[in-house]
Each structure stands twice: as C-alpha cells, then as structure tokens.
Design a protein around this ligand. Structure first.
Ligand code: VG1
Ligand code: CO
Length: 543
C-alpha cells in the first residue's frame, strides 16, 4: 500500500495541558485536526523504525474513529506493530501497563478523563512514553511547537480494522494486534495484592459498591471485583462504557457520584464504596458513613501498604502534588522515608518512580498510584483499600479514626469556580501574584500569613525547572490556601482553591470539614478577591 502525504495547515492551540490535548468534540472533528496532532507526536517522540505503539481509549464519542486514523498514520510512519484494546478500550493505567509489559515505545491514550463525553462534549489525546507514563513537559512542548509548523501528515488508504475481534491483522505491512484490554491488567493486580485474603473477607460478609460511571472501568471492575474476588453480581454499577457516559460527568466526586454518596450514607450502606473516572485513573473512596478525602486516602494507603504483598518490604518514598494535603508527609516522616512535593499532573512523578526514589504517589484530585505502572490507577487504590480492610478486619471509619489519632488530621477541601471568563481568571491570578510579597505578617481573621509564593519545582532527577505551578499562602500553624488555574478544562477558565487546616493528634479530630475550614474560606476571598473578580459568591463544585 502506498504511503500518502496529505497537505495540511496548523491549528492554533494544540498545546497539551495538565494531561494531554483536550478540546470539544466539535474542535477535534474538524478535518485534519486529530491528524495534525498525531503526526506532531510521531515527529517528536523517541522511537525506532519498527517500534510498537499502544493505542486505546475510554470509549467516549470519537474514540473508534480516531483509533482508525491513528492506526493508519502509525503504519505510514514506520511503526512495526500496534497493540489496541478490544473495542478500542484501554483504561489509562492498563495502557501504561501494556506499554511497559510489551516494550512499546509509547502509547496514544484517547480520553478527556473526567470531562463529559458525547457529540457536544469533550475529547482528548495524550501520549505516554516508553516507561508507561505521561510525556514529560520537554516532550509535550516539542509536540506543541511542531503543531505550529506542520504542513503535511502521512497515512495509508486501508480499510478500517475490526476492533471488536481479538487477533492480528496487517495494515500496510504493520501488524495490528487487538488485545483483551483487561487480562494483563487483572493479572498484574493479582500479583500485587492478596486476592485470597480479600476473597476470604468477601466470603465472611465484606460488601461493597463500585460506580463505574458508564466509563472505562466497567469491564475491569466486573472481572476483578465480581468474577475474581467474589463480590455479588450487581456490586458494579453503571458498568457498561457508553460514548456519552449516560449524559453524566464521569468525575468521581460528591457532585457527580451523588448516588454513591447517598448509598454509603444511607441505611443499608455496604462496608465500602468506590468509583472511578472516565479513563479509570481516579478513585473515590467512601466508607460506610465516611468520605475519605483523596489526600487522606493517600496517607492511609501509605501507612498501611505493607499489609499488601507487593509493598510488604516497605516504601522507598512518598510523592504528592503540591496542592495535595500534607497528611502523607507525616506518614513519610514516621516511616523515615523521603517525601516529595511536585507540581500538579502525573507526569511529574515519572522520574521519581523510574529512579526508585518513591513507591507511592498521589494527588488531591482523587489520583493515587504506585511504581507498578506510571499512571495513577483507580482500581489499584480500591484493591489496596480492600486488601487493608481484609487484613485489618476493621471498618473504614475505624481505620481513619486510628490514623488521625496517630498523625493528626488535615482537614481539606477544594473549591472549583468553573467556566469563568478567561480574562477575569487571569486578572485574579495576576493581582494575587503581585500581592504575594506584601502578604506575610498580615492577619485574616484568626489566620496570620507566614509565607506566600508562586510554586516552582526543580526535578531532582533531571534538574528541569517548572515555574508558575500555583500560588501558595501559608499560615502560621500549618494551614494553607493554594490558588491555581486548571489545565484540563475546555470552556473558559477554572479557578481551583485548595484549603487545608491541620489539627494535631490532641486537637478536634471529628469535626465537620466545612466548619473547620470556614476561616480559610473567608480568607481566600479576602486575599484573592474571588467574588470581586468573578462575580461568584459560591464555588461550582466542592470536592
Ligand atoms: C486535574 C487535576 C490534576 C490531575 C489532572 C488529570 O488537572 O487537578 O491533579 O492530574 O486533572 O487528571 P487540572 O489542571 O485541571 O487541575 V485526569 O483523571 O482528568 O487525566
Ligand atoms: Co482520569
């Protein structure tokens, strides 16, 4: 088959954000739009002639179409083999594992993660490198620069590949293998965790509910939770991936997983509740009558990880993103292992994991993972929780109470102001940046500012510097407010305000989070002029 060179012109704004390129479907569906980006990826990334490329996505609208496009372009660009999940499905952590397991040079993950899907909603493409992790900033920047100058892309005129049948086909001399998206990942989970102990706990009455939110984790959760661990059929809710996620946001939080919260705070709540997002890398953890914040979950998982076979030898270190609460740092100190603070986005953990400097990582945005892959991993977190529950034989509430009694409690919430006019959000951040220097020593209610800065990170492995990663206002006594603009939205700007207050072991460990954060919420508005700049008196979402 002849390779065709198709002339094209650049599109503005093909700049990957926190996690790949995300745009409205209407933007992605323009002729050449996806092609330009994919060719720019192929032009920039490290790969040998004949290399293997992994392709899969979260099943959202455009998934199959862009997979066919990417397969043809991979064949024209000299790849030797493509591994693609059956039905076009691969969760983000499963894609990371497949890249590593089969020695691929990288992978295309087609997802806009927790963003809604469907013809009027969002699509996305991210590229992961040979370690299985998101491309680092140096690579995404090179891809972006390439998109601004691209004038042609390569493809072949071949028929669509049958994505629904497992097996191998030839596309212009390149092998395309349609693989079971679940099998390798499920086998990895069985190696990490004590499935026998969890099965015994289930047989002994442990119950759970899992909301797959009509997104990618459905097939994984049915196989692992119901078939392999023995949870009752029906444990997995909304387990069939839909192109529009049933019209919902596949974002596991109190707003979008409201049904799960109602179940877990209701009369007949099971022992454990969980949910994942569009592409399966996030996790929401709810015990009977208790929500575990992702920051606390990271700390509790780290403190108990030795109870699971894969981590029985101890952890090398713990890494968290800067806006994530410091709860995990206290665990690291107790374990006498290093704690790392990185910018937002999983790509910043890759070097630390590759260098063996940390074992467990997490973000306040419901992302937790370990060195088993190079992405955050929703079901991994659920299974580690189940392993811990099975071994300790206690409830989530008991485990949380004992954790706080030992380490103190970091009360935490994130307030998101979504779809703001971009100019208003930028003005707020610019004014706040200019005022940082004068903040130390000033009082806001009972809170006195100790320090304020714009967070910059120097990667300890490769020395690369990432500046402007969020504005921090630190108060005396360990409370903190962080302000950032989201890098994953597709409509205007989203302001994220992260609020954290530390109560020591001797303090009030069983209060309502909103009460404990009231002074910080007032201070956030006084410091940043949120209402003045945005006209909003309330956040759109609290997580
Ligand atoms: C958000 C989260 C961040 C996460 C990113 C990708 O980014 O805050 O912690 O890594 O989404 O998650 P931002 O820039 O919008 O704050 V996923 O599950 O959407 O790939
Ligand atoms: Co995600």
């Amino acid at each position: 088959t002849a390779i065709a060179t198709i002339a094209t012109t650049p599109f503005d704004g093909q700049k990957p954000g926190t996690s790949g390129l995300r745009k409205k479907v209407k933007v992605f569906a323009q002729p050449h739009y996806a092609e330009n980006f994919i060719q720019s990826v192929f032009d920039c990334v490290e790969r040998d002639e004949g290399a293997t490329l992994v392709i899969g996505g979260d099943g959202r609208y455009l998934n199959r179409q862009v997979i066919q496009t990417a397969i043809r372009m991979a064949a024209a660009n000299g790849y030797g083999r493509v591994l693609v999940g059956q039905g076009g499905i691969l969760s983000t952590p499963a894609a990371s594992h497949v890249i590593r397991q089969y020695g691929a040079s990288g992978g295309l993950v087609l997802s806009a993660s927790h963003n809604p899907g469907g013809p009027d909603e969002d699509f996305g493409i991210k590229y992961n490198i040979a370690n299985g992790g998101p491309a680092p900033e140096s690579v995404t920047e090179a891809i972006y620069i390439r998109t601004t100058a691209i004038d042609s892309y390569l493809t072949v005129a071949t028929p669509d590949v049958d994505l629904d049948t497992i097996g191998e086909t030839d596309v212009a001399g390149m092998a395309v293998q349609v693989i079971d998206p679940v099998a390798d990942y499920a086998a990895l989970m069985e190696r990490l965790f004590d499935f026998a102990a969890i099965r015994a706990a289930v047989a002994g009455g442990l119950t759970m509910t899992f909301d797959a939110m009509h997104a990618v984790t459905g097939p994984y959760a049915h196989e692992i939770l119901e078939r392999r661990l023995g949870f009752a059929p029906g444990t997995v809710k909304n387990g069939v991936p839909l192109e529009d996620f049933g019209g919902h946001h596949p974002d596991p939080n109190m707003v979008h997983a409201a049904d799960l919260f109602a179940t877990m705070f209701g009369d007949d709540a099971p022992d454990f509740g969980a949910a994942s997002d569009g592409d399966g890398d996030r996790n929401l953890i709810v015990g009977r009558g208790i929500f575990v914040t992702p920051s606390d979950s990271l700390a509790m998982l780290a403190a108990n990880a030795h109870l699971a076979p894969a981590y029985a030898g101890g952890l090398k270190g713990i890494a968290r993103s800067m806006p994530t609460s410091a709860a995990a740092d206290r665990v690291a100190a107790a374990l006498n292992i290093p704690a790392f603070e990185t910018p937002t986005g999983w790509k910043f953990f890759g070097n630390l994991l590759d260098a063996g400097m940390c074992t467990i990582c997490g973000e306040e945005s419901a992302g937790t993972g370990s060195d088993h892959v190079r992405e955050k991993d929703g079901l991994w977190a659920v299974l580690l929780w189940l392993n811990i529950l099975a071994v300790r034989g206690q409830s989530v509430a008991q485990i949380a109470a004992e954790h706080w009694a030992r380490f103190g409690r970091n009360y935490y919430a994130r307030h998101d102001y979504e779809a703001l006019p971009t100019e208003a959000a930028n003005a707020l951040m610019a004014d706040l940046t200019a005022s940082l220097e004068a903040l130390p020593g000033r009082a806001f209610g009972p809170l006195v500012v100790e320090a304020a800065d714009s967070f910059a990170y120097t990667d300890p492995v490769d020395g690369s510097l990432s500046a402007n990663q969020g504005l921090r206002v630190l108060f005396e006594g360990g409370s903190r407010i962080v302000f950032r603009l989201s890098g994953t939205g597709t409509e205007g700007a989203t302001l994220r305000v992260y609020l954290e207050r530390y109560e020591p072991e001797s303090g009030d460990l069983a209060a309502q989070t909103s009460d404990m954060l009231a002074d910080l919420i007032a201070a956030a508005d006084a410091i940043a002029g949120i209402t003045r700049h945005t006209g909003r008196s309330q956040p759109s979402v609290i997580t």
